[in-house]
Design a protein around this ligand. Structure first.
Ligand code: PLP
Length: 414
């Protein structure tokens, strides 16, 4: 077993933590050390009652009238306006609808339509697969020479030539947590005449993002990770205001029409990012997302990021000796400015180790082929959680308790 400092130091950090009080706002089950808020954030306390009230008092009493009387028709716009400051955007630049995958499809198609002379979407081979699939499928659908060019991270700059219509990047790598420089890549894309599309799935709600400063063209991101919107929460989509006059979503739905209830025969897009809404918004999911976003906005992304840095530096300080003792490798950059709010480790038996940790209450996740991923959502994670998780990891490795048949059995979701 590795020598670990006792809990006193971590406990003192919790006492001094200005965000400590916010933990009570999130429903983290007792006994769980939750390092997977980067996959699915927990509900805010009161979410269950709030959703029950929507069903009982709004849907149950007002029925269809609730679209007006309870403001359902404006809820997506309201949530979009609450997300906007978290990503450095204005309210009319953000819409909340559908999944990140679907929104990526919309912005890639809209971006390609802005300059038909350029036909290449440039991306990273290691990007999250849905981004790759959506771009492949779109290229296949459009034909006419549109293609997806995938390269390794180190070759991106050389591949950014005058054929590239769109540079599509995910800011935080889902495996390693390595972070791209939003400003630098957006500037490089623009300097070569390409548009910049960011996937902010692991960014929004974790650290400050300034889309206005970097002058990005489009962005998408998840509602269910650091925004705590619940499983399958609607995603957000950003389109810079300077593009609004020329913007053309590929999916023309009635909720993206300028006047849905005019029931006009011809499509006329709503102003701004609102045209990215397509069909009827999912009110129950939006109600949950509204609560999650409000909690994160109240704490503030600057303070969240400051605590994230403190949590991950404690984790690294404690985990690195354990890694050395047990053949685990650090897969994330040490410098917090070069990564998101996660730290990943590598081990050939990563899957079984993650299962064994979960059985002891330490919930992280596994990403093939060999990544043990630990997310640090500072709104509810404590310094003692970090210390206890490292102790349990050390024990699981030292006694090889991960090496039991049931921990090797692959489940559908890893
Ligand atoms: C970087 C990234 N993009 C997109 C997605 C998928 O988003 P959605 O399920 O909303 O389509 C994920 C999911 O984890 C992700 O990590």
């Amino acid at each position: 077993m590795t020598q670990l400092p006792d809990r006193t130091h971590a406990a003192a950090l919790d006492v001094a933590d200005p965000l400590a009080g916010y933990r009570a706002r999130f429903a983290v089950p007792p006994g769980v050390l939750y390092f997977d808020g980067n996959s699915l954030g927990p509900p805010v306390v009161g979410a269950a009652d709030a959703l029950a009230a929507v069903v009982r008092d709004q849907w149950g009493r007002e029925l269809v009238g609730a679209w007006n009387s309870c403001g359902w028709i404006d809820l997506a716009r309201k949530v979009a306006a609450a997300i906007a400051p978290l990503i450095g955007a204005c309210a009319d630049e953000v819409a909340v609808a559908d999944s990140t995958s679907v929104n990526l499809f919309k912005v890639l198609a809209a971006g390609l339509a802005l300059d038909p002379s350029r036909k290449v979407i440039l991306g990273e081979r290691e990007n999250f697969p849905t981004d790759l699939y959506i771009a492949q499928g779109l290229a296949d659908l459009l034909g006419g020479g549109v293609s997806l060019r995938l390269v390794d991270r180190g070759d991106l700059e050389a591949a950014l030539d005058e054929d590239v219509a769109i540079l599509m990047l995910t800011q935080v790598d889902f495996r390693t947590g390595e972070r791209h420089d939003l400003d630098a890549w957006t500037a490089r894309a623009h300097a070569r005449g390409a548009l910049m599309v960011w996937d902010l799935a692991h960014s929004a709600g974790a650290f400050p993002v300034d889309l206005a400063r970097c002058d990005a063209d489009f962005a998408v991101g998840c509602g269910y990770k650091y925004l705590n919107g619940g499983p399958g929460a609607p995603s957000f989509v950003f389109a810079a205001r300077r593009l609004h006059g020329r913007l053309r979503s590929p999916l023309w739905g009635w909720m993206g029409h300028a006047e849905p209830f005019a029931f006009a025969t011809a499509y006329r897009p709503a102003e701004g990012a609102l045209q990215f809404q397509v069909g009827t918004p999912p009110i129950l999911s939006l109600a949950a997302l509204e609560l999650g976003v409000a909690a994160i906005a109240e704490i503030g992304v600057q303070r969240l990021w400051a605590k994230s840095c403190a949590l991950t530096s404690l984790f690294l300080e404690l985990v690195e000796p354990a890694c050395a003792a047990h053949g685990l490798e650090l897969a994330s950059p040490r410098d917090p400015q070069r990564r998101g709010s996660q730290v990943s480790l590598r081990h050939p038996q990563g899957y079984a180790i993650v299962q064994a940790l979960a059985a002891r209450g330490v919930v992280g996740d596994f990403r093939a082929p060999d990544i043990l991923r630990f997310g640090f959502a500072p709104a509810y994670l404590r310094f003692v959680d970090v210390r206890d998780a490292v102790r349990i990891l050390d024990e699981v490795m030292a006694d090889r308790s991960w090496d039991q048949p049931h921990f090797h059995q692959r489940r559908k979701v890893t």
